[in-house]
Ligand binder design. Sequence first.
Ligand code: URA
Length: 212
Amino acid sequence: MKYPKDLIDKVNKSSAGFKLEGINEGAGPKNPALMIVGEAPGREEIESHIPFHGASGKELMKSLASIGLKRSDVYITSAVRSRPYNIRKVFSKKENKEVTKYPNRKPTQKEVLAHAPFLDYEISYAKPKIIVTVGTTALMRLLGKKYAISDWHGKAIKDTPILQLNQNEDGYVWSKEKYTVIPMYHPAAVFYNRKLTETIKSDWLNIKDYLN
Ligand code: URA
């Protein structure tokens, strides 16, 4: 997907001063089998320009394959389309001096709001019927604080409006269109909590029931 220049200008303007690197556009067909909304790209995605191309992406592709889908069947994007980073000064033993590192981090709510025009645009372009949010950032971006991931992972929230940027561009309003939203744990969750592996597997199998 190529974002229109005016959209990029708008997002860049509202992101001024935030520690965000590059733009990794979302990708996928119109009327996808489903749309996956993640959190934000990391370094791998900024370099490759392919959403979910790093370690989380490998997990996500395994989950898709488990329900008979491949990358080209789905639209993949996230709440923020630039890489949020921190600045850390650390001592490098290898170089025997202090070096500056720029590790990935979670986006802030202000960054999610600044990037809302991208996700709104992609949803109106792709017109997904089913939106799979992976991780809390994506779930909150689309449904606010109504649904806790611990209660709703792997369950479909049917016929629901979603949040989109309001006219003043300082908050959200509910959409007129309705969607099926299925919250999932972020694929990277298994790197920190191996116990979630089986849960995530069975959550993905539930999605199969909603595909036509
Ligand atoms: N996490 C996301 O949410 N999106 C990516 O593209 C990569 C990791």
